[in-house]
Design a protein around this ligand. Structure first.
Ligand SMILES: Nc1nc(=O)c2c([nH]1)NC[C@@H]1CN(c3ccc(C(=O)N[C@@H](CCC(=O)O)C(=O)O)cc3)CN21
Ligand SMILES: O=c1ccn([C@H]2C[C@H](O)[C@@H](COP(=O)(O)O)O2)c(=O)[nH]1
Length: 275
């Protein structure tokens, strides 16, 4: 059975049984008909995925891995904030008339900063440290830049990665301030698991653990029946992730370099997204 499913099921049960409802509170997000999008939430959820053991894609329903990797490459490799450079429509509701999501995500990763060895952006600094100083405890990317928050249409949710090498294994902590469990939990987990695979590969390391720290882990009210249905479903074994063995440069990876072998999963469901 896929461990990612077991983690997902345990987390959902915990939120539904022990979580706190936002009914009566002022909330930001709305459904497309203008109704307030309330949630049940748990504070401080931590999930650990051993990437050496299996790729953490869920099987209860399909996670569109190609689209998820396309978005993580849009942020970390293209360092873009322009939805015209994204191959899905997932950011359309948060873009301005020019197709920009403002100074969020990719924009922050494109900015160069001064280090003793010269100017690097945050991604290139991680890649430099993983090669030249892998046991450093200072290998961090942070997109939550207060100076620019007023020019972001949505503040970064998955906002920071801390990389940490143990022996020959690359581990990472993904820090997330807010998580829409049904729409994006497994989506975000697969994205950052794939990123750890890419960074390990180009740094001559093996993959270790991905630790996902979620401050506000919430299930939107209209998602509760959908989650209840998913929790009754069959769990399959995790598929195997095959990554093109010829790629050794982070900037050369494309979505086609990732193939899932034997991805058995339940049928897709239609999920409304709160804006
Ligand atoms: N309420 C809310 N939840 C989110 O998860 C979210 C936001 N807002 N705002 C910004 C981004 C957009 N995100 C999204 C939005 C939609 C999908 C989604 O529909 N994914 C589909 C595949 C999409 C495709 O194939 O193009 C899926 O099956 O996972 C994923 C992430 C994550 N973020
Ligand atoms: O990568 C992402 C991006 C966004 N989300 C979710 C989390 C929340 O449900 C909304 C953002 O609303 P805030 O009021 O700004 O918290 O988007 C996600 O889960 N993953």
């Amino acid at each position: 059975m896929s461990k990612a499913d077991l983690i997902f099921i345990k987390m959902c049960r915990d939120i539904l049984e022990n979580g706190v409802s936002s009914e009566g509170e002022v909330v930001r997000a709305k459904w497309s008909d203008g109704t307030l999008a309330h949630t049940i939430k748990k504070f401080g959820v931590v999930n650990r995925y051993d990437l050496n053991e299996e790729f953490p894609i869920m099987t209860l329903r399909p996670t569109n891995l190609k689209a998820a990797i396309d978005e993580v490459l849009w942020i970390w490799q293209k360092k873009s904030n322009d939805i015209k450079e994204l191959n899905s429509r997932i950011w359309d509701s948060w873009a301005d008339e020019n197709g920009s999501i403002g100074k969020a995500y990719g924009y922050q990763l494109s900015i160069k900063h001064k280090y003793p060895e010269g100017y690097f952006d945050q991604v290139d600094r991680v890649l430099y440290d993983l090669k030249n100083n892998p046991y450093s405890r200072r290998i961090i990317v942070n997109m939550y830049n207060h100076e620019d928050l007023n020019e972001m249409n949505l503040y970064p949710c998955a906002y920071s990665m801390t990389f940490n090498v143990t022996g020959r294994k690359l581990n990472a902590v993904l820090n997330q301030r807010s998580q829409d469990i049904l729409v994006a939990n497994n989506w975000n987990v697969c994205q950052y698991a794939a990123l750890v695979h890419m960074f390990a590969r180009v740094s001559g390391l093996e993959v270790g653990e991905l630790v996902h720290v979620i401050a506000d882990a919430h299930i939107y009210d209209r998602h509760i029946p959908l989650i209840n249905e998913l929790l009754e479903r069959q769990i399959y074994d995790a598929p195997k992730l095959l990554i093109n063995p010829d790629k050794d440069d982070f900037y050369k990876f494309t979505v086609d370099d990732f193939v899932l072998q034997g991805y058995q999963k339940g049928t897709q469901i239609k999920i409304p997204v709160a804006v």
